[in-house]
Ligand binder design. Structure first.
Ligand SMILES: NC(=O)c1ccc[n+]([C@@H]2O[C@H](COP(=O)([O-])OP(=O)(O)OC[C@H]3O[C@@H](n4cnc5c(N)ncnc54)[C@H](O)[C@@H]3O)[C@@H](O)[C@H]2O)c1
Length: 278
């Protein structure tokens, strides 16, 4: 199917957290298939770079700095988009804090070693060491941000009786694969529960809400993490993923493209994960 005939051609799509990683891949894939893309992120230099890349698919796209955890900022973003393009048809709630800092690596390494090598059973003590501030910070972005963006999108989608919302969750929300990051796992589980509830609420207005729950995504950050883990731990890690590799960004971006097009899915969790969770 050529880009001009793809069902999302001419649709207005907001992608949050689009300055890098998976969000960037989704934004570029949508633009390549003819959508008008609004990319938002807190990373302004990443947005500047993305704007150049989006321009290769026409000059109609927008890159707008926005913190999804700020409800007023999110409302202003949607007002601006509707002022410029008239409405919004597709929302991808992709922005999130992800466990990719050095302290996250330490916990992840302990967890992966624990699940891939025989050793005395004990508590890994991740939750008992978690501060209130750390817990809440992740909920502000990963859960409250999804709510703020969804609320603003629905104000436009419900009256026009057309919309697709794709919430980027994680296998962390449906399994113990991210036991090293209980705060992150909890937020992604909340995104899935919210997806199901709001999907049932709004499907009658022809607004279809679904979630994508990726396994490992081969982003530059994940590549760097694997390099830091070293060959032995990487080999252990591949043993818990039957496909023996991470999913490429294009594979995930294509799932997001499918969910933005015509389908009969309501409140479903699509989990490309190489068999890590079956
Ligand atoms: N990388 C993986 O292996 C993996 C696995 C499962 C799920 N996911 C999910 O995929 C999505 C993208 O993850 P990624 O790996 O590309 O990570 P990433 O860190 O590269 O991308 C996240 C983006 O969100 C932005 N962001 C963070 N806080 C924000 C805020 N308050 N407002 C606006 N933007 C903000 C960041 O600047 C960044 O550009 C996330 O929802 C993540 O939970 C990723």
């Amino acid at each position: 199917m050529s880009s001009s005939t793809h069902p999302i051609a001419g649709k207005v799509a907001i992608v949050t957290g689009a300055a890098g990683g998976l969000g960037r891949a989704i934004a570029l894939n949508y633009a390549a298939h003819g959508a008008t893309v609004v990319a938002c992120d807190v990373n302004e230099s990443g947005l500047t770079q993305l704007a150049t890349e989006l321009n290769t698919h026409g000059d109609k796209h927008l890159c707008v700095p926005c913190n999804v955890a700020d409800s007023h900022g999110v409302a202003a973003l949607f007002d601006h988009v509707c002022h410029v393009f008239g409405t919004v048809h597709i929302l991808v709630n992709n922005a999130a804090l992800v466990p990719s800092r050095p302290e996250d690596d330490v916990r992840r390494n302990r967890h992966y070693t624990y699940i891939t090598t025989p050793q005395p059973r004990q508590s890994l003590r991740f939750t008992s060491q978690m501060s209130d501030g750390e817990w809440l910070r992740w909920w502000d972005v990963n859960v409250h941000g999804v709510f703020y963006c969804t609320r603003e999108a629905l104000k436009r989608m419900e009256p026009q009786r057309e919309g697709k919302i794709i919430n980027v969750a994680s296998i962390a929300g449906i399994s113990s694969m991210s036991a090293h990051s209980p705060h992150y796992s909890a937020t992604k589980g909340a995104v899935i529960a919210f997806t199901k509830a709001v999907a049932a609420e709004v499907a009658g207005a022809n607004v279809f809400v679904n979630a994508m729950a990726p396994g490992g995504v081969q982003t530059p950050d994940f590549d760097a993490l694997l390099a830091r883990m070293g060959e032995e731990k990487c080999n252990q890690f591949w043993q818990v993923i039957p496909a023996g590799r991470l999913g490429t960004m294009q594979e995930y971006a294509d799932t997001a493209l499918f969910l933005a097009g015509p389908h009969y899915l309501v409140g479903q969790v699509i989990s490309p994960n190489g068999g890590a969770v079956i």
